[in-house]
Design a protein around this ligand. Structure first.
Ligand code: UFG
Length: 335
């Protein structure tokens, strides 16, 4: 059985669907602080199999220990964590405490129960202010611009140290670029708390009339149209990347700590995303150019050749599909 912490969240729920569709048994653990119980049933509706679910805080070692006693856990995919960049600047202790404690608790309990496969939700944010795009897994990491990003970087370091100390432990660090889109059913997707920080949910809420207009944060970057460039990846492609990582870890005698970028390798500007969305949804998005957002960089996109070569994985969905599925989700279920 595979444990997905944060399994009812945006990326966790899509990954659960892909694992179940491939015949794997999963248990989702989540404290529902940023997701909903009904996601479990929605995953069941999509796959025909309702996954096991345990409501718990991953920092709670006793609760984790009970979970590992109840199920035979072969591998952990650790999605659970706080992820709001702005909040992490205002409340760094909350971020360090939660994101680091949950990882340490998992590592301790996994060791006791001899579970030796760990896949971690990392982020392209670890490349920080480095501007040498495209980023390869060997690009300098650690110059993060906020505490959230530093929690990801610190956890990568912790996991790498643990894999060095324990040859039985196999770790994969997956550095996500910008996941957008939703499952084609429209039953699961990204549901931000309050006003969205990220571009795509802000666009879909503007299209739905929930937001008046979109602010484009700066058009004076050194990019083709002056707006920020990111590597947007369909969340279903990203989810399948976890499946590829799991299969890789199951290969004989892996051990060690292995890092992979999960992106498309293609950068798109904010204006390109707006126009792609307008085309996919047939709705005009009112926007205004405003000041740059502090901490943003000009360009961030991946070199994805390592994942392609070693994991045999490649993102396949187009930008249009990403936009259309985000809009489908917004209309059907994001209320
Ligand atoms: N943007 C706008 N207006 C908005 C929101 C975003 O113009 O209302 C722009 C940003 O300036 C940026 C681009 O859209 O150029 C993407 O911004 P997002 O907030 O959607 O994503 P980021 O690239 O800033 O951050 C995301 C995740 C982080 C993660 C990071 C990794 O939110 O968790 O990617 O690079 F760490």
């Amino acid at each position: 059985m595979i444990l997905l912490t944060g399994g009812t969240g945006y990326i966790g729920s899509h990954t659960a669907v892909e694992f179940i569709n491939e015949g794997y048994d999963v248990v989702l653990a989540d404290d529902l602080s940023n997701s909903e119980r009904r996601v479990v049933d929605r995953i069941g509706q999509i796959t025909g199999k309702v996954p096991a679910f345990e409501e718990l805080d991953v920092c709670d070692k006793a609760a984790l220990d009970r979970l590992f006693r109840k199920y035979h856990i072969d591998a952990v995919v650790h999605f659970a964590g706080y992820k709001a960049v702005g909040e992490s600047v205002a409340e760094p202790v909350k971020y360090y405490r939660n994101n680091l404690d949950s990882t340490l608790a998992l590592l301790e309990v996994m060791k006791v129960h001899n579970c030796r496969k760990f896949i971690f939700s990392s982020s392209a944010t670890v490349y920080g202010e480095n501007q040498d795009v495209p980023f390869t897994e060997d690009s300098p990491a650690g110059s993060c611009t906020n505490p959230y990003g530093r929690t990801k970087f610190f956890i990568e370091q912790i996991l790498s140290d643990c894999a060095k100390a324990d040859p039985e432990l196999s770790v994969v660090l997956l550095r996500y670029f910008n996941p957008i889109g939703a499952h084609e059913s429209g039953l699961i997707g990204e549901k931000p708390n309050g006003v969205p920080n990220n571009l795509m949910p802000y666009i879909t809420q503007t299209a739905a009339g929930i937001r008046h207009h979109l602010s484009v944060f700066g058009n004076d970057y050194d990019t083709p149209d002056g707006t920020g460039v990111r590597d947007y990846i369909h969340v279903v492609d990203l989810a399948q990347g976890h499946l590829a990582a799991y299969r890789y870890l199951c290969g004989a005698g892996k051990g060690g700590c292995h890092t992979f970028n999960l992106g498309t390798g293609k950068g798109s500007s904010v204006l390109e995303i707006i126009h792609a969305f307008e085309e996919a949804a047939g709705i005009a998005i009112p926007y205004e150019i405003t000041e740059r957002r502090p901490g943003d960089i000009a360009e961030c996109y991946a070199d994805v050749s390592k994942a392609e070569k070693i994991l045999g994985w490649k993102a396949v969905h187009s930008l249009k599909e990403m936009c259309a599925s985000s809009w489908n989700w917004q209309q059907k279920s994001a209320e």
